[in-house]
Design a protein. Structure first.
Lengths: 434, 260
């Protein structure tokens, strides 16, 4: 259904001048770049047992096909994965929204510059902006947290959006406007492969989240806007977003099903050279429109978020980075009262402030053929942590092997990272590119 | 006085333009200034396709665009990788500020991510090859003392000694510069023990639009026993590159100048 609509869009655009279909077919052929992609096998295992999940975390074979078309009038890309996922509950049913099934459409867009100061990109595409390293404030585009925590390649952290991106480039600034006519949620932790805190207890395959998705075309759309420009050697940006919490941010009290409440975000960022490295600062206000007073226990409160980062070369071939982030719940007292009134346990309640620090080290060896990378985040307020080590070795232009892990540590089972403690895993992959 | 001409290939090996035919010998500072001006500032802008072959069998293919600032020594570089797959469609943007830190960005297509790169040691490998960032964008003339140690029939031989010896691995390097073209033909680096450990050579030079151009160059790491051979093709100068190309817009959406 979705794919049909997308392909229809592409066909309509490509066939726009009536009666010239043949000419267009020809230019399409001329514009086609070579077919690329890879075949990859990827395996992963839990490092401890989880009564709610399988022992294996990954066991899959993936074929990616990727083709680009470059033409004077347009650029187009088609990129899709054919997946044999041995651990999937249902391999047959393709869901382009969640990525479930044997076919995952990664990108299918056409891009053009109708004016010298305007770019338009329509179709399935990956959208990214903001300054964070694995911490996101103003990037409200869909993430695939399940793939990320299972240990798929980094490119799978970003789930695609089905969107129209219009970019304007007047002299004084650049403006991006991304319109998603139907809400694209995160590929969030649902219990299917990774267990999570269900509110009263840990939950997994026994309680797979089946949310009520805002899924009406146009009325359940999303709009994300960014205005950015250089300020000397720095880059400044302001952002706005109107849509929904990207992962479930509440519960429908009647049905008990997870929901995606309405969300508006306003923010700004600046990034540039500082003390021999690159420093960045980003802030955003999350306006949870359905619970501005904070007294609805079934809906996320509004939040203020702040992120400061710094990255520099520590020595030749070694780069280090640090971040600090603050997530402050607005109306925290109302939140606690609401939980108590609803008879929900207070020990699972969030603190008013969640502090997080992160560190990353990247070390390039053997003429950059070997990359050692470790990302760690720790929250002193939640007393939980996440460590993601990774080793990638490029054997040749064609072959690449990688290994890594996702380690979750936490004192309590209900904190943001601590809830995933039973999901700590190691994984390895072998990839052949063509 | 023969007009100086520069080379795009100078991007990956300090190549030079030649002034020649002067009655008296120029001094060392004049020679390196001319070689640098010629090597890295030829024409107003330029483009080349580059194939890098590493000795471990890996390759790198990219298109490089360069544009000089309208005034001053600043330059902009845009590098668009076409192969192999681990770098395909990556784009790399440099705003070069001689005498200061360059501004650098990397575009990662799979994440559609524009990453600002921390200023780093310029004597680290360029994309895993035996060429260094500094070979690509040039080494500041003010970082070394220059001495003309020999003049042959066809070449000036310049010894360059770093003013801050602790900042670099070499104790000095010697460059052989063509009198005719001002193109460096060979550079040899020695460490503090006096051991030759690195060599960069311009192996083939052709005239492109009247500019003597390095078409093949080699960097050798004699200590590690590795080398990288660069082959240039489709070199063009003064192609009218707009400075708009060297912005985030075209990092995310490669311009036709590199996708053709």
């Amino acid at each position: 259904m979705r794919i049909a609509a997308l392909l229809a869009c592409l066909v309509v655009l490509l066939a726009a001048p009536p009666g010239r279909a043949a000419a267009w077919t020809e230019t399409l052929r001329d514009a086609a770049g070579p077919l690329h992609g890879f075949v990859e096998v990827r395996e992963g295992l839990r490092t401890q047992s989880d009564p709610l999940e399988d022992g294996a975390t990954l066991n899959e074979l993936r074929l990616q096909v990727d083709r680009l078309w470059y033409h004077d009038l347009y650029t187009a890309q088609f990129k899709a994965d054919l997946v044999y996922d041995d651990l999937a509950a249902d391999r047959g049913e393709v869901d382009l929204e969640t990525g479930d099934g044997w076919f995952d459409l990664r990108q299918a867009y056409i891009q053009a510059s109708p004016l010298s100061w305007m770019d338009v990109k329509l179709g399935r595409q990956v959208l990214t902006w903001g300054t964070g390293d694995l911490l996101f404030i103003n990037d409200l585009f869909p993430k695939d947290w399940q793939s990320f925590f299972l240990g798929r390649d980094d490119e799978y952290l970003k789930a695609p959006s089905d969107a129209l991106l219009v970019s304007l480039f007047p002299e004084w600034a650049s403006i991006d406007m991304a319109y998603t006519p139907r809400f694209d949620a995160d590929r969030f932790i649902s219990g299917e492969r990774i267990s999570y805190w269900g509110g009263q207890a840990l939950a997994g395959q026994d309680a797979i989240v089946d949310p009520l998705r805002p899924d009406d075309w146009f009325s359940d759309g999303e709009l994300a806007v960014r205005l950015y420009r250089p300020l000397g050697a720095h880059e400044a940006a302001v952002y706005a977003y109107r849509g929904f919490w990207k992962s479930p941010g509440g519960t429908d009290p009647a049905s008990g099903r997870a929901v995606f409440p309405e969300l508006g975000v306003f923010g700004a960022s600046i990034r540039g050279p500082f003390a021999g490295g690159i420093a960045s600062l980003e802030a955003g206000y999350y306006d949870s429109a359905d619970d501005r007073d904070g007294d609805d226990p079934f809906c996320n409160n509004s939040e203020a978020r702040l992120l400061a980062g710094y990255e520099r070369e520590a020595m030749r071939n070694v780069t280090i980075g640090f971040q600090y982030s603050l997530e402050r719940i607005m109306e925290h007292e109302a939140y606690l009262r609401a939980l108590a009134d609803a008879g929900l346990p207070a020990d699972g309640a969030r603190d008013a402030d969640r502090h997080t620090v992160t560190a990353r080290m990247t070390w390039l060896l053997l003429n950059q053929a070997l990359v050692l990378n470790c990302f760690a985040r720790y929250s002193p307020s939640d007393n939980d942590a996440y460590i993601k080590p990774a080793v990638t070795y490029t054997i040749s232009d064609r072959w690449q092997v990688s290994a890594g892990g996702n380690v979750f540590l936490g004192e309590a089972p209900y904190t943001f990272l601590g809830q995933f403690e039973n999901n700590s895993n190691v994984h390895a992959s072998l990839r052949c590119s063509y | 006085m023969i007009r100086k001409r520069i080379i795009m290939a100078g991007l990956v090996l300090a190549a030079g333009i030649g002034t020649a035919g002067r009655a008296e010998e120029p001094d060392a500072d004049t020679i390196v200034r001319k070689a640098n001006a010629a090597s890295y500032y030829a024409g107003k802008d330029g483009r080349a396709k580059v194939t890098m072959e590493l000795s471990d069998g890996r390759t790198r293919e990219f298109t490089i665009l360069r544009r000089n600032a309208d005034a001053g020594q600043d330059q902009m570089f845009y590098v668009y990788f076409t192969a192999p797959s681990d770098v395909r469609r990556m784009a790399y943007l440099v705003h070069k500020h001689p005498g200061g830190d360059d501004d650098r960005w990397l575009f990662l297509p799979a994440l559609n991510l524009v990453k600002r790169i921390a200023p780093g040691d310029k004597r680290t490998s360029f994309v895993g090859s035996d060429f260094l960032y500094e070979d690509v964008s040039g080494r500041g003339l003010e970082e070394d003392a220059h001495a003309l140690i020999e003049t042959t029939e066809t070449q000036y031989v310049i010894r360059n000694t770093p003013l801050d010896p602790d900042a670099v691995a070499f104790a000095s390097y010697t460059v052989w510069i063509d009198k005719e073209t001002f193109l460096p033909r060979k550079a040899e680096y020695v460490d503090r023990n006096g051991t030759l450990y690195r060599r960069v050579t311009a192996d083939r030079i052709e005239s492109v639009q009247g500019y003597p151009t390095v078409m093949v160059s080699t960097a050798e790491d004699l200590a590690a026993g590795t080398k990288t051979v660069n082959t240039f093709s489709e070199v063009a100068y003064d192609i009218g590159l707009s400075d708009r190309i060297f912005t985030e817009r075209f990092l995310r959406r490669p311009p036709r100048e590199v996708t053709r």
